[in-house]
Design a binder for this molecule. Sequence first.
Ligand SMILES: [Fe+2]
Ligand SMILES: [Fe+2]
Length: 359
Amino acid sequence: MTPPLVTPGFHHITMVASNASRTLAFYRGLLGVGLVKRTVNFDDPGAWHLYFSDATGAPGTILTFFEWPSLAPGHPGVGGVHHLALGVASAEGQLKWKRRLEDAGVPVAGPYNRGWFRSIYFKDPDGQILEIATRGPGYDVDEPADALGQRELPPPPDAELVGDRDEQEIDQRTWPEPVPVITGDMALEGIHHISAITTDLSRLDAFYGEALGLRLVKRSFNQDSPDIKHWFWASYDGSRIEPHSALTFFGWPPRGRPARAGLGQTHHIAFRARTSDDQLAFRDHLLGMGVAVSPVMDRSYFTSIYFRDPDGLLLEVATDGPGFAIDEPAGALGQALRVPAWLEGQRDAIAATLSPLGP
Ligand SMILES: [Fe+2]
Ligand SMILES: [Fe+2]
């Protein structure tokens, strides 16, 4: 038997924004995540497609946005993403984020003790729910690193649950000084986890295991709603979880409210294929599972295939290469509008329709 295909983790997440300039100010200006590509939606070239990531555009750190100003706001629900968590090294750095965000007028909830990490929550200007989660203490804090996800964990202690925890004390906890400059210990480390919603955790376990090689690593409960199960999957070799690979689902009751696509929501989640050959192998494998998969699409900086999970969540498998330095110098990413060769003839017309973005 050939070993199952395993994705190393997330490649990028794509969200929907109403105003590219405001999104740039929030993610680059406030959160300090660099803009590495200013291009257009290849399927809708009148719309901005902004790519943010670490300086190199490393998979797992990439956040992208389509600008669709006329779209209505969406909401989370079954078949959609609930929130995106970005990683930070320490609780100290996290507390600095709380102060910096609140000083900028962004309400922040937490920090909450989630057992495996600490979390603060806030929203981007369109309402996308964001979290900043600490790197530690890690998923092996309550079960052995070589046996993650094998048993259902007991519910968290009452003191950590909604209703019992000291919300006032949590609310007041913040960094004592203003944080006008992002310090080294605040550096955001890319996608820590992505949390979505389903009504059937077992069905998803079978799907993500078979389709992408993800393994169940936590069977727990939602601390903010303890009757709801919360399961985690990741790229896990039986001893170590790959960074940027944790996908979690809340298990809602049957007939839960479906997600509504729109502003402030996640459009799709992309997982990594290391090579084009791996991507083709994923594609053949998905077709063999009876999953409808798109042809391989050229996205300039990677190639992509698209499909849906059993709840309808749009997924992508994207190649690691060739990367963002293919059409501009690695030291000057994201500074000028880039369009693919097949749109180069329409560049001026496209540039004229795009909303002003600024430097
Ligand atoms: Fe989370
Ligand atoms: Fe994508």
